[in-house]
Design a protein around this ligand. Sequence first.
Ligand code: SF4
Ligand code: SF4
Ligand code: FES
Length: 251
Amino acid sequence: MKEKKSIMDRIAESNKSVITGIDEKDIEYWVTTYIMGKAYKVPAGLTIMQAMEFAGYRFVRSAGCRAGFCGACATVYRKAGDYKLQTAMACQTRVEDGMFLVQIPFAPGNKALYDINKEEYNVGTLFKHYPELARCVSCNTCTKACPQDLEVMDYIQDAIKGDFKAVAKESFDCIQCGLCAIRCPADLVQYHIAQLARRMYGRYECQEPEHLKIRLKEIENGKYKEGWDKFVNASIKKLEKLYAERDRESD
Ligand code: SF4
Ligand code: SF4
Ligand code: FES
């Protein structure tokens, strides 16, 4: 039977050729892409992230999980002859001929500071911390920019109505990449607003799940102490070995 490979293994494998070098004679198709204004010929079929590495860029910022989860690799680009400014995650999007790429290491969105235990559970709390919420003009630009295909404008409208549960549900898969916020004409920071709504919903409305109560009890009773101590007291070498041999999620 064919051995099943996890997503992480497949990503590591596909990155290997880029990291270790490809013999150019083995590459049949090439595309030309522009990175920070400079043209590069890169093999077709790579992700934007792999293409940039092939071109010689080393990611110190703007990269994390390489699997579409962490939101670190936000990218904006234009294609020759197309007026639209496009958004993408560099680790999840194939490079195309004629892409003009710019990495966004992070979106400098204002983030409110609050103690969730001291907030009132009503829509006023959202407006108190994010008054710009009232400025949404329902243009839907945020939804179009979202690489997670979230209905960002809809969850913002739910936030305006104070429907915390709907915001929590609609924004659950947000990876905080910031691409919605950098395109918003009303300067909203949608992902922080949604995060506050999720926290409020979790703190004041959502019932504590039974299985969580059971697990907390188990922790209190020391069920995982032995395993925890094993990690805390292990040498770096031992930790590396344990990491290499860890159980991995399969598809
Ligand atoms: S981009 Fe801004 S103004 Fe437009 S719908 Fe989204 S939140 Fe509202
Ligand atoms: S809602 Fe905004 S921050 Fe969240 S994934 Fe979509 S574009 Fe990124
Ligand atoms: S590197 Fe984590 S989403 Fe792209």
